[in-house]
Design a binder for this molecule. Structure first.
Ligand code: AGP
Length: 612
C-alpha cells in the first residue's frame, strides 16, 4: 500500500504535494519522491526515508504547477533512493508514480530488455513506465492512449499517475484494484490515494473506477472506460473529516486493519497460486528448493502473535507435507543452546522484521549453518535482509500495535509454503491441492461474510463481558493456536487476563477455574474433533461456566448448550484459522473499546520490540 498525491493548477504544487504525502504516510513510509515540470524537462527528487527527509532535499524556491508525489511501502525492491518513486523512462520523457503490484512485471521486463531497455531499479513500476514509453514510440500515440494500451499487457493491481515532458498541462491517471481519487478545485485539480491530502482545499471528489484512465489539466478532465468510451464524471461531496479518512472511516486503525483482512489476503496471495499447473510461486521457496528437499525438519522462531502464526504453520506443514516442524519462542531459543543441524531450515515470522529476540535467534541459526527463511511484512527490514531467502506478506502497513491483518497474512503464507513442500515431497494429491487452493482463492469472501455478519452480535456479547476479570479460550487441533491468539488479543488491548488452552487440557487443571464468573470462548468449527470438544463444552456448562461458542453455520449441538453462539462459514480445515480468528479479534476489540482502552496504542506495548 503506497500513497500518491498530485496537483495541477496555478499555485506552486510542490508544498501542496509534500504536505499531502505527509498525510498519506500511514499508507507507507520507507521512501518518497516528487516529479514536476521545469523548462520542458521532468525534475525528480526522491529519497529513502520519511517525507520530511525528502522535504529537506527540495529547495524552497522550487516551483511547479503540475506536480506528482509518492510515499512508498516497498513490495518489489528494498527501500532505497533508486527504488523510490517517481520512476522515469529510459528516454527521460515519461515519469510515473504507482500504488499496487504488477504480477507479470518480470516477463514484461524481459521483453523490454530484449528491445534494448536498461533498468536502474528493482521495481515493477520502472518496468511499467518503460512499457508506456515503448508503446507510445511504437504506436505513435498520445500519452493517454499509450497508457491505456500498455495496461492491457499488465496483470495486477495499480493506481498510477503519469507525466510527460512533452506536455506541461496534463496528468494521465489509471486505476485498477488500488484507490485513486480526484479533487476538483477552482481552475485546479488534485489527485490522491484518499482525499486527506486535498480535503482542506476542496470537498468535491471524483473516484475513478477499475479499468478507467483519465486525463486532467487545471480546468479539464476526461475519463475513458476500458473500452475507450468517454464517461461523464460523478462529483461526490465529501463529508468525512481528515482523521476519519486516514482511518478509512473506522474509529481506530485496529478496526480498519481487522476489516482490511479480506483485501490483505488477496494481496498476499496475488500471483502466487498458478492453478492450471498446480504451482505455488514463491521466489524464496523456489530459490531454496534443494534445501527443502534435503531438510529433515523446520524450526520456526518468532515472538508474540508471530510465534502463534508459527504454531499454526507447524500444524499445517506437518499435516500437509509430513515434514517435522518445531516452534520456538525466539527469546528462549537464543539462550538455551539448542541443537541446530546444518540441514535445518529456520523460518522467522515477524511483522516488523525488527524484533530483537527473533534477530538474535536467526543469527544463532546462521552460525550453525542452517538456511534462514524470513516471513516479514516490511520490505527492507533487518530480518528480511538477514535471511537467505523469504516470502513477504503483502498486508500493507499495520499501524495498530495489536497484530491482526499481519497474522492472517502470515497464516496464508504458511499455507502456501506447506502446499509447496507437500508438492515437492509428493505428499499431496492433485485433488487435495485443488481443493485447498480453490478454497484459498475465495477465502476472502468468507472472511468478508464473517466480518459483515458477526460484527454486531459480537459487539453485543462483548458488552456483557466487558467487566470480566479473566477469560479462557479453548480449541483443539488448528483451533488451539487460534485460541492462544484470541487470548493474546484480549490481554494486550483490554488488560483482562486471558489464557488459551488445548481444550483437552482443561481436565488437567484449568477446569478448577470454571465458575459463573469465568467466560470461556470455545472454537468448535472443526469436524475432526467435534465430539470431543462438545464434551469439553458440556464440562464447562456442568460447572456453570459462561460459554461463548464459535461454531460452523448449521451447528446443532454445541450451539444448543452455549450461552452465546457465533456462527462462521464452513471452510477447509487448514484454512479455518483465517475465519475463526476474526470473531476473536472483534470480541477483544469491542471489549477493549467498552472499557475505554486505547486499542491502537495499548499501555506498556510497542509495535516493534527492538530491545531484549
Ligand atoms: C501482537 O499483537 C503483538 N503486538 C506482539 O506480540 C507482536 O506479535 C510481537 O512483538 C512480534 O512482533 P513481530 O511480528 O514484528 O516480530
Amino acid at each position: 500500500m503506497c500513497g500518491i498525491v498530485g496537483y495541477i493548477g496555478e499555485k506552486n504544487g510542490i508544498p501542496i504535494v509534500i504536505e499531502g504525502l505527509k498525510r498519506l504516510e500511514y499508507r507507507g513510509y520507507d521512501s518518497s519522491g516528487i516529479c514536476y515540470h521545469k523548462s520542458g524537462t521532468l525534475r525528480i527528487k526522491k529519497k529513502k526515508g520519511k517525507v520530511s527527509d525528502l522535504e529537506a532535499l527540495i529547495s524552497k524556491n522550487s516551483f511547479g504547477n503540475i506536480v506528482m508525489g509518492h510515499t512508498r511501502w516497498a513490495t518489489h525492491g528494498k527501500p532505497s533512493d533508486k527504488n523510490a518513486h517517481p520512476h522515469i523512462s529510459m528516454n527521460k520523457k515519461i515519469s510515473i508514480v504507482h500504488n499496487g503490484i504488477i504480477e507479470n512485471y518480470d516477463s514484461i521486463k524481459e521483453g523490454l530488455i530484449q528491445r534494448g531497455y536498461k533498468f536502474k531499479s528493482e521495481t515493477d513500476t520502472e518496468v511499467l513506465v518503460n512499457l508506456i514509453e515503448y508503446v507510445q514510440i511504437d504506436l505513435k500515440v498520445s500519452l493517454i492512449e499509450a497508457v491505456q494500451q500498455a495496461l492491457t499487457q499488465v496483470i495486477g493491481a495499480y493506481s498510477i499517475a503519469v507525466m510527460s515532458s512533452n506536455d506541461s498541462s496534463n496528468l494521465v491517471l489509471a486505476k485498477k484494484g488500488s484507490p485513486l481519487v480526484i479533487g476538483v478545485g477552482q481552475e485546479e485539480h488534485y489527485i490522491a490515494s484518499d482525499p486527506s491530502p486535498f480535503l482542506k482545499y476542496t470537498k468535491k471528489a471524483i473516484y475513478l473506477d477499475d479499468d478507467e484512465v483519465a486525463e486532467i489539466s487545471k480546468n479539464k478532465l476526461s475519463i475513458l472506460t476500458f473500452d475507450k468510451k468517454i464517461k461523464s464524471p460523478t462529483i461526490n461531496k465529501l463529508t468525512m473529516e481528515l482523521e476519519e479518512i486516514e482511518k478509512g472511516g473506522f474509529e481506530t486503525f485496529m478496526l480498519k486493519e481487522i476489516y482490511e483482512q479480506p483485501k490483505s489476503i488477496v494481496d498476499t496471495l496475488r500471483g502466487r497460486i498458478i492453478k492450471k499447473s498446480q504451482i505455488i510461486k514463491l521466489r524464496g521457496f523456489n530459490e531454496s528448493v534443494d534445501t527443502f528437499k534435503r531438510a529433515k525438519r523446520i524450526v520456526i522462531v518468532a515472538c508474540g502473535t508471530s510465534w502463534i502464526a508459527g504454531l499454526v504453520a507447524e500444524y499445517i506443514i506437518e499435516g500437509l507435507a509430513k515434514l517435522p516442524v518445531e516452534v520456538e519462542y525466539a527469546s528462549e531459543f537464543r539462550y538455551r543452546n539448542p541443537i541446530i543441524y546444518k540441514n535445518d531450515i529456520v523460518i522467522a515470522f515477524s511483522q516488523s522484521g525488527e524484533t530483537a529476540d527473533t534477530i538474535s535467534a536467526l543469527k544463532l541459526a546462521k552460525e550453525n549453518g542452517a538456511l534462514l527463511y524470513g516471513i516479514c511484512n516490511v520490505v527492507g527490514s533487518s530480518i528480511s535482509r538477514l535471511v537467505n531467502v523469504g516470502t513477504f506478506t503483502h498486508a500493507g502497513p499495520e499501524i495498530g500495535v495489536a497484530s491482526t491483518k499481519a497474522f492472517t497474512a502470515q497464516v496464508s503464507v504458511s499455507i502456501l509454503i506447506a502446499l509447496a513442500i507437500a508438492k515437492l515431497r509428493k505428499q499431496i494429491s492433485k485433488n487435495d491441492f485443488k481443493e485447498i487452493t480453490d478454497a484459498l482463492l475465495s477465502i476472502h469472501e468468507k472472511m468478508q461474510y464473517t466480518l459483515s455478519n458477526c460484527n454486531n452480535k459480537i459487539k453485543q456479547i462483548a458488552r456483557k463481558y466487558k467487566n470480566s476479570r479473566n477469560a479462557l479460550y479453548l480449541g483443539r487441533g488448528l483451533s488451539f493456536p487460534v485460541a492462544l491468539e484470541g487470548a493474546l488479543k484480549l490481554k494486550e488491548i483490554s488488560y483482562i487476563h486471558a489464557e488459551g488452552y488445548p481444550a483437552a487440557e482443561m481436565k488437567h487443571g484449568p477446569i478448577a477455574l470454571i465458575d459463573e464468573n469465568m467466560p470461556t470462548i470455545i472454537i468448535a468449527t472443526n469436524k475432526r474433533n467435534y465430539e470431543k470438544i462438545f464434551s469439553n463444552a458440556q464440562e464447562i456448562k456442568a460447572r456453570n461456566g459462561k460459554l461463548i461458542a464459535i461454531v460452523s453455520q448449521g451447528d446443532n449441538q454445541i450451539s444448543k448448550i452455549a450461552d452465546h453462539v457465533i456462527e462462521v462459514p464452513k471452510t477447509n480445515y487448514y484454512l479455518s484459522p483465517l475465519i475463526n480468528t476474526i470473531p476473536l479479534q472483534l470480541f477483544s476489540y469491542y471489549i477493549a473499546s467498552f472499557r475505554g482502552c486505547n486499542v491502537d496504542q495499548p499501555r506498556n506495548l510497542a509495535k516493534s520490540v527492538t530491545v531484549e
